[in-house]
Design a protein around this ligand. Structure first.
Ligand SMILES: [Mg+2]
Length: 164
């Protein structure tokens, strides 16, 4: 029997672009619905969801209640569900970074993409960990986890690796 593969994807900094907080379209401004999606993220997620991961792509995001509500609105406003084919019930939120581990275990995720190395450090039980467009300082603070992960700098690069 082939093993079922399930992909977990962070939202902030991976699907929704991390913007300078002072920018007009920062996710922390009133224009948050206009914060851009990471380039090619929707197209690559659609391919992964239809292809290798067979409708088992999940979004797992750590944020408080107000950002949760903004994130849901952003996903709808930007037609995320229609454009990727990923259903709304695949979106999971937690309040603490380390809770991503519990959610991942419950869902049986086998691969994860995050822009924070600290978080991937909690997900050591998975063999496929991808660090997306990392922040140098955050990497320096959590460098002991670096050998566990593959660093990627674009969705095109990630799509190529995951579709191999
Ligand atoms: Mg993030």
């Amino acid at each position: 029997m082939t093993k079922i593969e399930k992909l977990g994807v962070d939202i902030g900094g991976v699907i929704i672009e991390n913007h300078d907080n002072s920018a007009d379209t920062s996710f922390f401004s009133k224009n948050y619905l206009s914060t851009p999606a990471s380039e090619n993220s929707f197209a690559e997620l659609k391919k992964l969801n239809e292809g290798r991961f067979e409708d088992k792509v999940y979004l797992v995001s750590k944020c408080g209640p107000s950002v949760q509500s903004k994130t849901k609105k952003w996903l709808k406003h930007n037609r995320f569900f229609e454009l990727t084919g990923i259903s709304e019930d695949k979106v999971h939120f937690c309040l603490e970074r380390n809770e991503k581990a519990e959610i991942s275990l419950q869902l049986g995720l086998t691969a994860f993409v995050d822009d924070r190395l600290e978080i991937l450090g909690y997900l050591k039980h998975m063999k496929d960990l991808f660090l997306f467009k990392p922040n140098e300082e955050e990497v320096a603070e959590n460098k002991e986890h670096l050998p566990l992960v593959t660093v990627v700098n674009s969705w095109t690069e990630l799509g190529t690796l995951l579709n191999e």
